[in-house]
Design a protein around this ligand. Structure first.
Ligand code: SF4
Length: 374
């Protein structure tokens, strides 16, 4: 809360802190410092690590299910005060960070706040990050509720191992996002490029009327465009949002003591909804992957099958070269017995339990360098 007040004060009184810009939405500009982030236990499960790129903090879409409202600092500034933070040096920072690496995981662009939200129309940081990835031949993963800009579509052609996930809420509780048709048209273009194009039903929320009809409408529209694979996840609610998100539908939720007491949908309800969704996707000959649900993975999906095509880790022998995929990397560390990437820690250790960052990748890169010099 303190940070919100600080920026309000800055806005009202001027002063030497950053001014709040108003076009195309309220935002401030800051410099990003510190290492790029990697896997965190709060992100969606991914079968192998990612480097997380976050050029923006906050989102003006105001989707009704957004859990970022529970987070303090710049997230709160972005979701409650609607003042988005723009890291103006982020592209340079990413470029410099990559220069230090000989081995790198795929990058995931802005998984917390939409990479193509309106503020990106002005700064274009998401397009510029994809451009850096292209110049380095590093696959990208993008999750968005908007249509992909043409510029990104044009560049994706050069990153064949990339994956695009377009999210849609079956209950239509999204704020300012692109229409379903525009999103699916965009995903269809991705598919035509030969890039992995995934429709993401996100989130599944029980109790509110219209879920079944929403799922049917979206699955039919996806099948119509030959989008062959669907992933989905159930809503998870941080404790501080219990009153507004969970209380009206309390019977459908239970506390998860293994996940910081977040509220999750009870297993029986999850099973019912997924059974219905699976029948629906089967009826259109589409495949389905279920995220964040180890209990039901064995029945409805698993880490092996959440996504049809894995994204491999990349390596290069000098910082002047472009990256190339590590031969034999299955893109899933849990299934990987020989660790062709050379990082035994990834195959052996429960790395999902801790936050990986650029520091880890620099260490592994320098180990490789030393290995070559010996
Ligand atoms: S080679 Fe194996 S351990 Fe290394 S990143 Fe790929 S899946 Fe993970």
């Amino acid at each position: 809360m303190a940070i919100v007040q600080e920026f309000k004060q800055t806005r009202v009184n001027g002063g030497d802190a950053q001014p709040v810009h108003s076009e195309p939405c309220l935002h401030i500009k800051r410099e990003y410092r510190g290492p790029l982030k990697g896997w965190s236990t709060f992100y969606q499960p991914v079968p192998a690590p990612r480097l997380i790129l976050t050029p923006y903090v906050g989102c003006v879409s105001r989707c009704e299910f957004c859990f970022l409202r529970a987070f303090p600092g710049l997230h709160r500034l972005g979701t409650e005060e609607m003042i988005v933070t723009v890291y103006s040096n982020y592209v340079e920072h990413f470029k410099n960070s990559l220069d230090q690496l000989r081995i790198a995981p795929p990058v995931i662009i802005s998984p917390f706040t939409d990479p193509f939200q309106p503020v990106n129309d002005r700064y274009g940081l998401s397009e510029k990050l994809v451009q850096v990835a292209v110049l380095n031949n590093l696959p990208v993963e993008i999750i968005t509720r908007h249509a992909l800009p043409d510029e990104v579509l044009a560049m994706l052609e050069y990153l064949p191992d990339s994956r695009i996930q377009v999210s849609v809420d079956p209950l239509q509780r999204e704020g300012e996002t692109a229409s379903l048709e525009r999103r699916l048209d965009s995903l269809e273009k991705v598919r035509r490029l030969g890039i992995s194009a995934i429709l993401r039903l996100d989130p599944l929320t029980p109790g509110i009327p219209g879920l079944n009809a929403g799922m049917e409408r979206i699955i039919a529209a996806a099948a119509d465009r030959n989008i062959g694979h669907i992933v989905t996840r159930f809503i998870q609610v941080p404790p501080v949002l219990h009153e507004s998100y969970v209380r009206p539908y309390q019977d459908f939720y239970q506390v998860d003591p293994d996940h910081k007491n977040w509220w999750i949908v009870v297993e029986q309800v999850r099973r019912q909804i997924i059974t219905r969704l699976k029948k629906l996707t089967d009826s259109y000959s589409l495949t389905l992957g279920l995220l964040e649900d180890p209990r039901l993975h064995s029945e409805f999906g698993s880490f092996e099958t959440i996504f049809p095509r894995p994204i491999p880790i990349s390596q290069r022998s000098s910082s002047g070269e472009i990256f190339s995929p590590v031969t034999g990397c299955p893109g899933d560390c849990l299934l990987c017995e020989t660790a062709p990437c050379g990082i035994d820690e990834l195959a052996e250790q429960p790395w999902r339990q801790r936050r990986l960052s650029l520091v880890d990748w620099k260490r592994w890169s320098s180990n490789r360098l030393q290995g070559e010099l010996l």
